[in-house]
Design a protein around this ligand. Structure first.
Ligand code: ADP
Ligand code: MG
Length: 350
């Protein structure tokens, strides 16, 4: 039984282009789902449809097995047991941390409220800041207040729209571990929106890649990265080399030699190889010529001109045996993904 299920949900704001198009997805109870995609691809609209802030034009939405939208059913947002954390946190400036968190707990006894607020402040590490006002808090602390407030009424689903976008890079990494821990402990099923693949990969159990209002792929982070179902997904979630090849079953022949394929194919294809899947070995007779090295410390990106003119990119740890002008033998580690050959696409030579 899924905590959240969307069946062919579409939403149009303009006549010709749907903001959300035929979106179907399921989130198991307690899962952490990321909606990943570029700006304007329909992520926020999808969250708002789940929350009940938008009405779908077609399709159905189920929460904990009950239909809340579609097929003539409609459950208003306040009855959906859905908590939301907005991009700008939307805290009440004239209320303290404690009062902000207590806000959604009307209708409970004073004692019950105080206990629940105490639990949430402890869970989010805000107990010492309970009497401060939002303007007296850092960005990361404000975000935890927003999270505590959304979790206080014990929602079955929590929705977070670009929760880390207002934090600087250092704080963002620390906060994302913290938010993941809090969400796990709360037991709620969470959906969060991001345009950052690293954020999606490091937090979510399930990543939903969206493009132009539709879902491109749903999978575990490593599946999305290593087995992208389309070229668009492959390039959106990381750096990728596409190398023309001839496939025969589980093997493809190309300038990188014989490359094992994740799934059988036949005929002309392009194999997708991640830069870190390339193994380099200094070899005066090797097919690769090192053109450029960008050194980052913990790793480096290496531009390699292959003997057929193709330019490929490799990522290795820091190493001293490879320098510009040297020749290398290049091998692919692990299995590669093959896409149908696209005649209109020029191989990368510049
Ligand atoms: P994302 O969150 O992925 O950036 P959105 O869901 O906000 O994308 O928007 C998807 C598309 O729908 C965009 O083209 C956006 O301009 C349009 N859109 C979103 N909300 C509205 C609205 N209330 N009225 C008109 N168009 C909207
Ligand atoms: Mg958005």
């Amino acid at each position: 039984n899924s905590a959240i299920e969307l069946r062919s949900v579409s939403k149009w704001f303009q006549r010709n282009t749907p903001a959300v198009h035929q979106v179907s997805l399921q989130a198991p109870r307690g899962a952490l789902l990321a909606l990943l995609g570029p700006s304007g691809c329909g992520k926020t609209t999808t969250l708002r449809l789940i929350a009940g802030l938008e009405i779908p034009d077609t399709g159905e939405i189920y929460l904990a097995g009950a239909r809340v939208a579609g097929g003539g059913d409609w459950t208003p947002p306040e009855q959906r047991r859905v908590g939301m954390v907005f991009q700008d946190y939307a805290l009440f400036p004239h209320l303290t941390v404690r009062e902000n968190v207590a806000f959604g707990l009307n209708g409970r006894s004073t004692r019950e409220r105080a206990a629940r607020v105490g639990d949430l402040l402890a869970l989010t590490g805000l107990a010492d800041l309970a009497d401060r006002y939002p303007h007296q808090l850092s960005g990361g602390q404000q975000q935890r207040v927003a999270l505590a407030r959304a979790l206080a009424p014990d929602p079955q689903v929590i929705l977070l729209d670009e929760p880390f976008s207002n934090l600087d890079a250092v704080l963002r990494k620390a906060t994302r571990e913290e938010v993941r821990r809090i969400l796990r402990q709360s037991g709620a099923t969470a959906v969060f929106v991001t345009h950052d693949q690293e954020e999606a990969f490091s937090i979510a159990d399930i990543v939903v890649v969206m493009r132009n209002g539709a879902i491109e792929q749903i999978g575990a982070p490593h599946e999305i990265y290593l087995r992208p179902s389309t070229r668009t997904v492959a390039t959106f979630v990381g750096e990728a080399n596409f190398v023309p090849a001839r496939a025969s079953g589980r093997c493809a022949e190309c300038v990188l030699g014989s490359v094992p394929l994740a799934a059988p194919r036949n005929g002309p294809v392009e194999v997708m190889v991640r830069p870190e899947a390339l193994d380099l070995c200094p070899d005066a007779a090797g097919c690769g010529l090192i053109e450029e090295i960008v050194f980052f410390g913990h790793d480096q990106l290496i531009g390699i001109r292959m003997c057929d003119g193709t330019l490929i990119q490799a990522r290795t740890g820091p190493r001293i045996d490879i320098t510009p002008g040297a020749r290398v033998a290049v091998r692919v580690q692990g299995e590669a993904v093959a896409f149908p050959y696209d005649e209109n696409r020029e191989p990368r030579t510049k």
